[in-house]
Design a protein around this ligand. Sequence first.
Ligand code: GLU
Length: 428
Amino acid sequence: MPHSSFNPYETAQKQFDNIADKLDLDAPTRNLLRDSMREFNFAIPVKMDDGSTKIFRGFRVQHNDARGPFNGGIRFHPQETIDTVRAQAMWMTWKCAVVDLPLGGGKGGVICDPHDLTTGEQERLCRGWVRQISKNIGPLSDIPAPDVMTNAQHMLWMLDEYETIQGNKYPGFITGKPVGMGGSLGRKEATGYGVVFTLREALKELGIRCEDTTASFQGFGNVAQYAIDLYHQLGGKTVCVSCWDQNDQVAYSYTRKDGIDLAELQGITSRFGCIDRAKATELGYQLQPGDAWIEQPVDILVPSALENQVNADTVQSIKPSVKILAEGANGPTSPQADKFLKKMGVFVIPDFIANAGGVICSYFEQVQCNINYFWERDEVLGKLDQKMTSAFIAVSELAKKKKLSTRDAAYVIAISRVAQACKDRSWI
Ligand code: GLU
């Protein structure tokens, strides 16, 4: 979970300033890009099942739309703040740009814990979020998507509310919808599979066979589960996963030295990625509270939960065996930890390349909705692999050519593209 003193927006702005210096960006471009273009912060009254009314706080931040409509997920999280959403919106702009999508960056959020809400309360919260913001978003201006603790059903309720308000059908209003209701085949697995497409390329570059590697994952939600699935298909072995325990309000790591069984763990996991501790113990997993996932003597670490998990405190526990850090989550590594990883010689696959599979597939979903023709799963995943692999190769070639870290190289490509789009539009 995020440190209470940690502000991800400061990290995002620090990362931006560092690259703005390297690119020698002019002052107006810097001022435009280091802040959001528009921000919405609103109340959502929701009728609860017991007859009471509860007021939730919702956000939508629109960082930059020079390259196309704002685009980005909606997170349901008890520790959401305007600054977590601002940071995430900025990271979305860079993510869309580095993989060359004709989209800008935005993000939404609600301060809530969906574990505490019934299905009906969640539906009313989703509809309430859309009612508060429907005039400021839309299929041609700002397209939401799923993110932390939101899923296809949430997206469909939001679509239904938007179409009810507008009085027409707008399947391209939101992505991550259920298949058969305007959703794309492959969208569910896209983010996790995308992490492994980039991991496969990084292993190739380092001359390591996937079959010879072990990995430890932080998180066991949608991203981690599909990443583990493809990683195992490529011959890798996962020895540890971790997840947040709602009752104890602490994360637990689940370790099994001879490898976890994905299907077995999925069978005892809630739909928010919370593993049943008692059943896991019976199945022979070793349980530890805290950050044990990062202390494993593995080749690959995959933080796939929240921001600031690899920080000045935890980075010291990374074992010398670790060769790759594949950032499944958005913003999991702090700038101090980054320096440490560099010293250790860890190959970092930065978040906005590693986890771009979700937004790439969201873009494919928009395209399919617009032409009203839906592709087969293999076609979607094949196009996804192609797009991620070429973005990874461009980043790694620039990193080698200019002697930059992979993160800086990815930022240089993304920020240059967005700055250029602002210039081309004569905004600057
Ligand atoms: N929420 C995901 C992300 O952070 C996906 C965004 C999208 O599909 O637009 O990349």
